[in-house]
Each structure stands twice: as structure tokens, then as C-alpha cells.
Design a protein around this ligand. Structure first.
Ligand code: GDP
Ligand code: MG
Length: 163
């Protein structure tokens, strides 16, 4: 697992939808340890002959709201240690939440390449709305629709430059 792309972000932004789109095999690496490892799914992906591992985080363990925010932060910390590239997914429909701001703060301190992936950009109005996410202070944004797949190619072209 040399090239690792971790998808982080709060619930319901569309992380698993993108993971499913990117991965050909849905092979989960088995673990029996903590809730955090159980809360991660690993899959294999390929883009223009480059192979990489994609990690989907969250959504596999039920949490109360408090535990759940701590768990999301923990996933971000692990991604910062483990990943080659981090995809920080946000949702153009809900805009920037407090939890998004918290995650952005952690990521701004990391040395890893971070891509702000603005999901659910299904139409042109939402493409305009997506520009609000520049205010997260993480540089370029990558608007896409995980559902239709539009915009994923532009993202992956940039991601694989880090391998
Ligand atoms: P996760 O909790 O971050 O893993 O989010 P999911 O992948 O489970 O998706 C949460 C919800 O957002 C689901 O109802 C998806 O169908 C929906 N969703 C995901 N991607 C898109 C998208 O590009 N456009 C729209 N409109 N909905 C999406
Ligand atoms: Mg999920």
C-alpha cells in the first residue's frame, strides 16, 4: 500500500459514494481491534495506469453525537499520519459547518497534500455556490458530483501527481 488516498469529512457528505465509484474491488481489510479501525474501509483504485489504495472513513459504527465528532477527528489524525493524499470532502448543499471548520484546522497544520472536494455539485448553480469553500483556507477546491461522476477525473489527474 504505497499510494494511499484517504477520504475524510463529516457524515452524509458523500464519502462512501465517491469511494464506491473509485474502487473496483470492495475488499475490506479485516481488523478486530478498535472501533476506529473497524470504521475504515480499504479498496483498490486505478487512474491512468496508476494504482492506489482508497480509504473510506466513518459510517460503519453507530456513535452518539459526541463520540461521533471525536471519532471523525480521530480519523482525520490517522489520515494525516497514514495517507499520501487526503481528500477532505464537504457538501455544497449544507455549506460550511462547525465540524468542517474543526477538520480544516487540523488539516491546515498537516504536511500532507489536502484536496478540498466539494461534493453534490450536480448543476451550475451549485458550481457557483462551491466557491464559499475557499474560505476553509486549504487552497484549491475540487467541485464534483460523486453521484454522476462529473469532476472526478479532474480531481484524480491532480491527486496522482503526488504519487
Ligand atoms: P458519507 O456518510 O459521507 O459516506 O455519505 P454517503 O456516500 O453515504 O452519501 C450520503 C448521501 O448523499 C446519500 O443519500 C447519497 O446518495 C448522497 N450523495 C452522495 N453523492 C452525491 C452527489 O454527488 N449529489 C447528490 N445530490 N447527492 C449525493
Ligand atoms: Mg459513509
Amino acid at each position: 500500500m504505497s499510494n494511499i488516498v484517504a477520504i475524510v469529512g463529516r457524515p452524509n457528505v458523500g464519502k462512501s459514494t465517491l469511494y464506491n465509484r473509485l474502487t473496483e474491488t470492495r475488499k475490506a481489510i479485516v481488523d478486530d481491534y478498535s472501533g476506529v479501525t473497524r470504521d475504515r474501509h480499504y479498496g483498490v483504485a486505478e487512474w491512468t495506469d496508476k494504482h492506489f489504495t482508497v480509504i473510506d472513513t466513518g459510517g460503519y459504527v453507530a456513535h452518539s453525537d459526541d463520540v461521533f465528532e471525536a471519532a471523525i477527528r480521530e480519523q482525520v489524525v490517522i489520515a494525516i499520519e497514514e495517507a499520501t493524499v487526503i481528500l477532505f470532502m464537504v457538501d455544497v448543499v449544507t455549506g460550511i459547518t462547525d465540524l468542517d471548520d474543526d477538520i480544516a484546522k487540523l488539516l491546515r497544520r498537516s504536511q500532507k497534500p489536502v484536496f478540498v472536494v466539494v461534493n453534490k455539485v450536480d448543476n451550475n448553480q451549485r458550481l457557483t455556490d462551491a466557491s464559499i469553500f475557499y474560505s476553509l483556507g486549504l487552497g484549491e477546491i475540487y467541485p464534483l458530483s460523486s453521484m454522476s461522476g462529473s469532476g472526478t477525473g479532474e480531481l484524480l489527474d491532480e491527486v496522482i501527481k503526488h504519487f
